[in-house]
Design a protein around this ligand. Structure first.
Ligand code: KIV
Ligand code: NA
Length: 264
């Protein structure tokens, strides 16, 4: 498969073709997912829960992110690699630059940063230094203790407006992608229309979709899957089949269905 670039991803948005992203933490899955045609592989700090067994993403260290990024890079077959800046690795522009450099040198092609408008200066600095940035807005799990739990974001119109403003400011600061977590369908759609950069979320209105790999393969420690998850292993014989079925469902618009989305 030819390597996916940012230009290619932007063209998908322009053409109205849905973009596929899955989390990925190791070489074998990187090979499986990229070969199946998943466009973006995210080394998410969800690895804190999925691989390390923690109950949040807060314990994940930069060196964990770097290690898993090198693993994914080795197995990747042309997918676009994004790595999360984990908890407290980007509390100043200088720190973000230093830590993003490590992720990029490990194989990332973009970093993802969680938060709001106060990060615009950081986004600008990273971009100036050759590091593309995805801004993660809405529910940002690194701030779970500030939110007081994992809650749907942007349900009232004031909050929704504020999130749209945030996305626009990030685009102006140079961000090349937005990832929005846990918002109602209409807000995902409004965000995608408000900016020209791709918006990845979970909802029929966004330009692309993301799921945690283990969730979509039906694997879970707790045994209960969140609302937005669909088990794509059902009816499939192997992982390659499940991943291809995910791609087809996203591209064809059958996933996510309303049952996987947050109500207004
Ligand atoms: O860490 C992660 O896996 C993520 C996705 C859930 C978007 O940030
Ligand atoms: Na994350």
């Amino acid at each position: 498969m030819p390597s996916i670039t940012l230009t290619y991803l932007k063209n998908l948005k322009q053409r109205g073709e849905k973009i596929t992203m899955l989390t990925c933490y190791d070489a074998t899955f990187a090979h499986e997912l990229s070969t199946a045609g998943v466009e973006m592989l995210l080394i998410g700090d969800t690895l804190g829960m999925i691989l390390q067994g923690h109950d949040s993403t807060l314990p994940v260290r930069l060196e964990d992110m770097v290690y898993h990024t090198t693993c994914v890079k080795r197995g990747n077959n042309g997918g676009f690699i994004i790595a999360d800046l984990s908890f407290m690795t980007c509390s100043s522009p200088e720190q973000a630059l230093h830590n993003s450099a490590q992720l990029m040198q490990a194989g990332a092609q973009m970093v993802k940063i969680e938060g709001g408008e106060w990060l615009c200066d950081t986004v600008h600095q990273l971009t100036r230094n050759g590091i593309p940035v995805c801004a993660h807005i809405g529910l940002t799990p690194q701030s779970v203790n500030v939110f007081g739990g994992f809650k749907v974001q942007g349900r009232d119109s004031k909050q929704a407006e504020a999130l749209i403003e945030t996305a626009k400011k990030f685009e102006q600061a140079g961000a090349v992608m937005v990832l929005v977590e846990a918002v109602p369908v209409s807000l995902g759609k409004a965000l995608s229309e408000a900016v020209s950069i791709p918006v990845i979320g979970i909802g029929p209105g966004t330009d692309g979709q993301v799921l945690v790999l283990h969730d979509m393969l039906g694997l879970s420690i707790t045994g209960k899957a969140p609302k937005f998850v669909k088990n794509f292993m059902r009816g499939e014989e192997n992982i390659q089949g499940a991943v291809k079925s995910y791609i087809a469902a996203v591209k064809g618009g059958s996933f996510p269905a309303l049952e996987q989305c947050y109500s207004e």
